[in-house]
Design a protein around this ligand. Structure first.
Ligand code: IPD
Ligand code: CA
Ligand code: CA
Length: 268
């Protein structure tokens, strides 16, 4: 049975509160879509407002913890062991274009290790949550990664670098090698939800380079607690530092890793 600890209740409560305004703002953005000025200023206000709500709620419950959030300067806490890692709106491009696929992501780091994570998709009311040793859950349903063993049956998610971002060439090589072997590749534009979907067995794996800690922190513990494997693209555990992530079920992590490394070996 899903028993949410006080910590998880604090995190999910903050996400639900911030989501109310995001949902309203998304409705406005859909209207603004057709105007010449476009909704981008509006979206950055929505983003900042969601972050303020999250930080206020989390700090009210745990005043001594530090905060690393996307839209503001890092705040060291009096408690040097604990830090919130927050993305108030993951999937900004989708939000801006009126596409209903985005999330709020909150993780708690203890002495550098992620010990709890929440990824909330407000428009479908899907609350993914995990706490170290307590499993991964979607609302009140326990999550398991998929059981698929063969690359030929696998659907993987990824992130495509865009204008101004590094890594176009290696990404194209990776995609070429992966797409030749698998049932499908998706780019849905929300790294936190991509990882949550791996935890839920919807995707069999996910890889992306050059992410920020807030894009992946909550998703990483979701995958681990759902029985999946996570690493960086070198197969090591430096995901938050390198910004690279490779997550998959236990059968497909190694085959996916191999395809990616052969396609784009790290420069010596
Ligand atoms: C982005 C999303 C996207 C990923 C980008 C991130 P944002 O976050 O997670 O899926 O490909 O690298 O920056 O900007 O929407 O919070
Ligand atoms: Ca993000
Ligand atoms: Ca964001």
């Amino acid at each position: 049975m899903a028993v949410r600890s006080p910590l998880i209740n604090v995190m999910t409560g903050a996400a639900i509160k911030a989501a109310r305004a995001l949902r309203r703002d998304f409705g406005e953005v859909e209207q603004l879509q057709v105007s010449l000025k476009g909704p981008s200023d509006y979206v950055s206000t929505a983003d900042t407002r969601a972050e303020q709500t999250l930080v206020a709620e989390l700090t009210r419950a745990r005043p001594r913890f530090g905060v690393l959030a996307e839209e503001s300067e890092p705040r060291p806490g009096i408690d040097i062991h604990h830090r919130w890692v927050i993305d108030p709106l993951d999937g900004t491009t989708n939000f801006l274009h009126g596409m209903p696929h985005f999330a709020i992501s909150i993780a708690l780091e203890r002495d550098g290790e992620i010990v709890a994570g929440v990824v909330y998709a407000p428009l479908v009311d899907e609350m993914f949550w995990a706490e170290k040793g307590q499993g991964a859950w979607l609302n009140s349903r326990r999550l398991r990664v998929s059981a698929r063993r063969d690359l030929a049956d696998a659907v993987f998610a990824t992130g495509i670098p865009w204008k101004g971002r590094p890594g176009h060439k290696p990404f194209l090589a990776q995609l070429e090698s992966v797409m030749a072997e698998v049932a499908g590749v998706r780019r849905w534009g929300v790294a936190s939800l991509d990882l949550a979907y791996v935890a839920a067995g919807r995707f069999d794996g996910f890889w992306e380079a050059n992410l920020k800690p807030w894009d992946m922190a909550a998703g990483l513990i979701l995958v681990q607690e759902a029985g999946g494997l996570v690493s960086d693209l070198d197969g090591r555990q430096g995901m938050l530092e390198s910004g690279d992530v490779l997550a998959a079920n236990q059968h497909l992590h190694q085959p996916l890793h191999r395809l990616l490394r052969v396609a784009a070996p790290k420069p010596a």
